[in-house]
Design a protein around this ligand. Structure first.
Ligand code: SAH
Ligand code: SF4
Length: 430
């Protein structure tokens, strides 16, 4: 053992997955992970810049590490999107940071960490190189997990910083993905999510997303498989056919809408209309009546009027999403939309509250509709009291009042709803 590391992760599933990659690379170099910050030699902060809020949280956390850093021969490493985007700010106002690595530089983190422990010189590597981390398979320690199939994004939605901090879209070789899935399934992972900013764009040599999904679904030991995120512009009917034909593929689709108004969608550079979005949802529900559809929505995009925002509410009520992640628009320096004049904060906040209220009502109603129905639940862990928590194929959390080991599968009859959580009873082993 050459030292202990502690990882603090901010942001999306992609970042959580990247932290596992960092963990694997450091472990291969002889470092050991610890959950105790005080016993660590290296503290890695994996950062997010998708919204100002995430960025500020990471910056505040890093600022608080000055004393920790001084208390011994210790290394502070800032990695990920913020490291790429705000390298200069970190260098000037967080001068105790030893290691600054962008999302494509983790392969060298073992050597960098060793060097940083033995020298006072700051190391910076934020070049984007088209890295896919092929060949690096993080070990499975959980019932459900992610397999990254592509990195970066070339869509340039006008509000979004991802293409700038993670580079352009590139796909990981299919065989490497299959090998990782086979390994994870073989070591007990039961719910695998294929991960990418726009998975529908996957293309490696002659294999496209639908072919990748079809093959992955048939790998021995794969119990449940799903994918995240789909782009409404690129989601194909062939994908639905593959979902229908393969029982291991969960009928859950995360389809970010962003806005229900065509002018705003165009300003966002999303390249679909409200009508096209509605047609896609209708098609999915017609083909797969048990499909769960979730979404992301941004409120208060520059120049959005009250009427245009109301169209988003109307669309939300028409689609009746199973869940929606709602965000207030956040200006990201360097993006196309950052030159547009922002709406005032009060207006944005008011719209966000209205949207959240409308969606809560829908989630509550939809959750209550689950009462009296039976679901296949994959258990993931303990819940408060003597209870256990698991997931439906539609990615909805369910609680039962008994202890069931993670990884177990049961059929559960939903009896009641508490808050937004369905509570059920086991009817039989699934
Ligand atoms: N690749 C995915 C997710 C990208 S980031 C997609 O295309 O949908 C996750 C979500 O963050 C986005 O769907 C969007 O709703 C939100 N988001 C991204 N940039 C944002 C910004 N500048 N302000 C507010 N929300 C933003
Ligand atoms: Fe950002 Fe758009 Fe790419 Fe999603 S598809 S990561 S929102 S640029």
């Amino acid at each position: 053992m050459v030292g202990k590391f502690y990882i603090k992760t901010f942001g999306c599933q992609m970042n959580k997955n990247d932290s596992l990659i960092v963990d694997k690379i450091l472990s291969d170099h002889g470092f050991e992970q610890t959950n105790d910050k005080e016993s660590a030699d290296i503290l890695i902060i994996n950062t997010c810049t998708v919204r100002a809020h995430a960025e500020n949280r990471a910056l505040a956390y890093i600022s608080g590490l000055r004393a920790w850093r001084r208390a011994g021969n210790r290394v502070v490493a800032v990695v990920g999107c913020l490291a790429k985007d705000r390298q200069d700010k970190i260098c000037t106002s967080l001068d105790f940071v030893d290691l600054i690595l962008g999302p494509d530089s983790y392969r060298k983190i073992g050597q960098y960490a060793t060097d940083a422990l033995h020298s006072e010189t700051r190391i910076i590597d934020t070049e984007l190189s088209g890295e896919t981390y092929y060949g690096i398979h993080a070990p499975s320690r959980t019932v459900s997990g992610y397999v990254s199939i592509m990195r970066g994004c070339s869509n340039y939605c006008s509000y979004c910083v991802v293409p700038y901090v993670r580079g352009k879209a590139r796909s990981r070789p299919a065989q490497d993905i299959y090998d990782e899935i086979a390994h994870l399934a073989g070591s007990g992972m039961k719910d695998i999510t294929l991960l990418g900013q726009n998975v529908n764009e996957y293309k490696h040599e002659n294999i496209d997303f639908t072919q990748l999904l079809e093959y992955a679904a048939k790998i021995p030991g794969v119990f449940r498989i799903r994918f995240l995120t789909s782009h409404p512009r690129d989601f194909s009917k062939e994908t639905i056919e593959v979902v229908k034909a393969n029982p291991s593929i969960c009928e859950w689709f995360h389809l970010p809408l962003q806005s229900g108004n065509d002018r705003i969608l165009e300003l966002m550079n999303r390249k679909y209309t409200k009508e096209q979005y509605l047609e896609l949802v209708a098609y999915i529900r017609n083909e797969l009546p048990r499909a769960t559809i979730t979404t992301d929505i941004i409120v208060g995009f520059p120049t959005e009027t009250d009427e245009e925002f109301n169209e988003t509410i109307l669309l939300l009520e028409k689609v009746r999403f199973d869940d929606a992640y709602t965000y207030r628009y956040s200006t990201r320096p360097g993006t196309k939309a950052c030159n547009l004049e922002s709406l005032d904060e009060r207006t944005i906040k008011g719209r966000l509250n209205e949207l959240i209220g409308a969606q809560h009502k829908i989630v509550k109603e939809k959750t209550e509709e689950m009462i009296g129905k039976e679901y296949e639940i994959l258990f993931e862990g303990a819940a408060r009291g003597n209870a256990s928590r698991g997931k439906t194929r539609g990615n909805k959390d369910v609680v039962v009042q008994e202890r069931i080991a993670p990884g177990e599968i049961r059929n559960v009859l939903i009896k009641e709803v508490k808050g937004h959580t369905p509570i059920g009873e086991v009817t039989q082993d699934a």
